[in-house]
Design a protein around this ligand. Sequence first.
Ligand code: ZN
Length: 58
Amino acid sequence: MVLVTVRRLVRERAGSCCEYCRTRQSDEPFITYQTEHVIAIQHGGSDDESNLALACTR
Ligand SMILES: [Zn+2]
């Protein structure tokens, strides 16, 4: 599935760190980081890697 591949790319690009606050996934074992749309789909954002960011839940 294409979206899974893109999510993996984003995670690798981010080095498994939150791209907003740079907290490492390995420092937050109880939080599963998510790939988020920078611009929401309903606001014209795409599923492209460039529109996705790895983010913690803070
Ligand atoms: Zn964060």
